[in-house]
Design a protein around this ligand. Sequence first.
Ligand code: PEP
Length: 254
Amino acid sequence: MRKPIVLGNWKLNGTAAASDALVASILSGMPALDVVDVGVCPPHVFIPQTVHQAAHTTLAVGGQNCSEFTTGAYTGEVSAEMLREVGCRYVLVGHSERRALFGETNETVARKTHLALKSGLTPVLCVGETLEEREAGQMNAVVEGQIQAVLNEIGIAQFERLVIAYEPIWAIGTGLTASPAQAQAMHAMIRGVLSTQNPAVARAVRIQYGGSVKADNAAELFAEPDIDGGLIGGASLKAEDFLIICRAAADSLR
Ligand code: PEP
C-alpha cells in the first residue's frame, strides 16, 4: 500500500507574516494524519521560519526548486544541499513553470533530480503535457520523454526514492482539472513505463496528481488506484481548503 502524499506549492506568494499565519492555521487544524505525508513548499526565504514552526510536527517542508549546480559562481542559485541543511525534506524539480518560463530542459531536470537525491532530499519530479500536445495525441510520448531523461541520469532503482507529480499544464492554475479517468490513465501509463524496467519499483513509486485540485474535487481524484495524493497550488494558500484535501487523501485509503 502506497502512502499518499499531499504537498502545497505556494509559488511566489505571501509575506513572512502571511506564511507564519498559514502554517499556524494548517498546524492547528492538522489531524493526526500519519497515514498521509503532508508538506508545504514556501518561497526559499520563508523556509527557515516554516521549518522552525513545523518542528516536532508531522508537517514537512520542501523547496520549490534547486540549482543544477552544487557550488560556485551561480548568482541567485540555491543548492539542494543548502535546502537540506535548513531542514527541507522535499524539493520540487521540473515544475512546468520552471520548464516553460526558465528554460529548464529534461536534462536540466534530470541533473537537479540527481543532486537532490545525493543531498538526501526527496525530489518531486513534475511531468506533464501542454494542451496542444494532448490534442495532438502526444501526451504519452511527452511524459515518457520527461521520465526517460531522469531514468537515463539516475537509473530505475533510484525511482523508489522520489515522488512523481503528474501535472497536465493545461490544468495548472486554470481551474480546469483532468477528469479522474484522464488522470488515472496517465498515472497508469507512467507506472507502465517504469514497470518495463522494474515492476517492483513501478508499484512502489508514489505518483501525485496536480492541476487545479480543490477541496471539492480532491476526493474523486484520490479515489483512483494509481493516484497517490496531490501537488496543490492555489488551494494550498487557504489552510481550510488544504486541510480538506489532506483529509480526502487519508479517506482514499478506506
Ligand atoms: C501547481 O502549481 O503545481 C499546481 C498544481 O497549481 P494549481 O493547483 O493552482 O493548479
